[in-house]
Design a protein around this ligand. Sequence first.
Ligand code: ATP
Ligand code: MG
Length: 437
Amino acid sequence: MRRTNFFIPTLRDTPKDAQIESHRLMLRAGMIQQASAGIYSWLPLGFRSLKKIEQIVREEQNAAGAQELLMPTLQAADLWKESGRYEDYGKELLRITDRHDRDMLYGPTNEEQITEIFRSHVKSYKALPMNLYHIQWKFRDEVRPRFGVMRGREFLMKDAYSFDLNYRDAVHSYNKMFLAYLKTYERMGLKAIPMMADSGPIGGDMSHEFVILAETGESAVFYQRDWFEDKNLSALEEAANLQNLVDGYLSKYAATDEKHDPLKCPIDEKDLISTRGIEVGHIFYFGTKYSEALGAKITGPDGDEAPVHMGSYGVGVSRLVGAIIEASHDEKGIVWPEAVSPFRVGLVNIKSDDKKCVEVCEDVYSSFNETKLDILYDDRDERAGAKLNDMDLIGLPWQVIVGPRGIKSGRVELKNRRSGTTEDLPIETLKQRFLTT
Ligand code: ATP
Ligand code: MG
């Protein structure tokens, strides 16, 4: 993509109303624009990262055997009246009346709707296990929307719902999602800790929140000092069956504020770290809460009918964009992990009126495009300093810097955004480097 054809409305000044770094950086890098309190437009650069994160979530859900569908954002209130949540949910639920005076709502989550789909079609245990998910916008009328996309009112969530015959099978489904979540966050370059959590208004007994540690996080959390030791996912995966793997992850103490009880905590205070974090996912097993209320029953192998066992599994897709930046930035700007970066490489011509520099840039650009490598070419007629600062702000993992001095000997500079290290490379070597990785 050429920068002259790509809309990135970067800001020179630091936005005053943004309280945390990720929010400031998303605004400064032209990734989002506030539409109204807690509601954002995703501008082209932000949209690319959002889509990459969404795709990783999708791939790991599919790999775990979940099936993607798409439910609407607007729901009829009737189902919510059936489950009792139309009243219980309180002011966070955005209630709407249509022209025929029918009560509608903008979905804050989809337990009712998925149960309605399930109960209409599935009657026998033979169709189980089943896990259905969608990646859809949600609305919760949060009292205090803040920190940009981190606590929005409208936000993108992946929510999956599992259906099983009995408790034992439901635990297996839960464990599969647990592992899928570990893989999902790892692919995004994040260290998320699964923590014992309260199951809140959704109810139920088994519940974990996946939390990224960050000083600016909204959740108070507690975890055992040596939690990160022996947490190599691939090594664990080889060694263990699913239940052992999950148990391995849960063998060290980690709990959210709501769940942590200092009097009952098995860990000595000196071995416990009390800090803050960002909740990027939450999984629940809630048994037959909704299937009973909504009459979603299945016939088992013995011919008896019983409510289906359910779980629900959320990932905050749009919150993740902010959370990743919160976890990965420096004083110059964002430092994207490769897998979720809007582009992999940024190409900067530091002398845009130099014919030879332009030629080299065009050559690198077209050969990277041929190999389908995501590249952003800053071809603007701007000062070198401004372009380099912009590249650091946007935070693409690699920068290729083309200047007159280097190209005299056929070389360009390759800079790693995270480490700041640079290499002078012959142009062909540069192309080969990205061809093979
Ligand atoms: P929180 O405690 O942060 O309000 P929650 O527990 O109400 O979140 P869940 O119902 O578990 O949220 O939703 C699943 C995921 O959706 C959360 O783990 C979080 O990552 C994301 N999420 C929830 N509320 C918001 C919001 N207002 N803005 C952005 N993402 C959100
Ligand atoms: Mg939650």
